[in-house]
Design a binder for this molecule. Structure first.
Ligand SMILES: [Zn+2]
Length: 267
């Protein structure tokens, strides 16, 4: 796992698996941890690293309900877990799904020694909305669905940081997963555009943080890819720099999804 101090009050952790990101942000004597790394050793290291850096953990937040982002409770079992209302609904609608997928991942990759994941009570947060941190600051919550049926982007306005979940990744093409939709994904990119323009750093759900120069470029590449996907399906060109075998597999899934549900996705 890599750890990177973006700012005196923001640390980004990047997991060795899928480059899944986890962001710690503090204000005064309060702090949030958004999303999680994947491996047990990474989750075990997290509390010590944050304690050493004097980052308090008052609560956990997640961008969406995919299992690889939901593991914060394994590092901070007592912490409250908050998420946007779409994610709370999805978690309630598919109880045990994250645990099952985590178990399958661990079996497939011979990952040993993980405690069972207990999500327990989840606090549903209104989106769009605001969430206070410390005596004088507020995070902004914006809807970010399309990759999945749920999703929330978090803006840390006083530090110029956007934590957007599984969008704007420098390592992964836009992925319309089983309950995602192309139309919703494009609407989220349009909604993220002004937030990206205001941000000095964007932290995607997978891959390293993007600078003010890089983020708009990834956004335009992703929008162009989705336009091509809507128009040409499987023949669409992948974004430059993300044309690996793994990304072509995601692209094939996207093309099949769009062919079966139409360019707007399920209505
Ligand atoms: Zn993800």
């Amino acid at each position: 796992m890599r750890a990177l101090a973006l700012h005196a009050d923001v640390i980004v952790f990047i997991s060795d698996f899928w480059q899944t990101t986890c962001v710690a942000v503090r204000a005064g004597d309060e702090g949030f941890v958004i999303d999680s790394p994947v491996f047990p050793s990474e989750l075990e290291a997290l509390p010590g690293v944050l304690e050493q850096a004097a980052f308090p953990v008052s609560g956990l937040l997640v961008t969406h309900a995919d299992w690889d982002h939901l593991l914060g409770r394994l590092a901070f079992p007592g912490a409250s877990l908050g998420c946007g209302e779409t994610t709370a609904r999805r978690l309630a609608a598919e109880p045990g799904a994250a645990q099952r997928e985590l178990r399958e991942f661990d079996e497939e990759h011979y990952v040993d020694g993980r405690r069972p994941l207990s999500l327990g009570a989840v606090q549903s947060l209104p989106v769009p909305g605001k969430l206070s941190l410390g005596p004088e600051h507020e995070l902004e919550l914006h809807p970010a669905d399309g990759h999945t049926a749920d999703g929330t982007a978090f803006v840390v306005p006083w530090l110029g940081v956007l934590v957007c979940g599984d969008y704007l990744s420098p390592v992964e093409i836009p992925w319309i997963s089983e309950d995602g939709a192309l139309g919703a994904y494009r609407a989220t990119l349009a909604r993220l555009r002004p937030l990206v323009d205001q941000a000095s750093t964007v932290v995607p759900g997978h891959g390293g943080a993007l600078t003010r120069d890089q983020a708009p470029q990834v956004l335009e590449e992703d929008a162009a890819y989705l336009d091509a996907l809507a128009a040409n399906g499987a023949d669409a060109e992948l974004p430059p720099g993300r044309r690996t075998r793994a990304q072509r597999k995601i692209h094939a899934e996207n093309a099949a999804r769009v062919a079966e549900s139409g360019p707007l996705g399920r209505l």
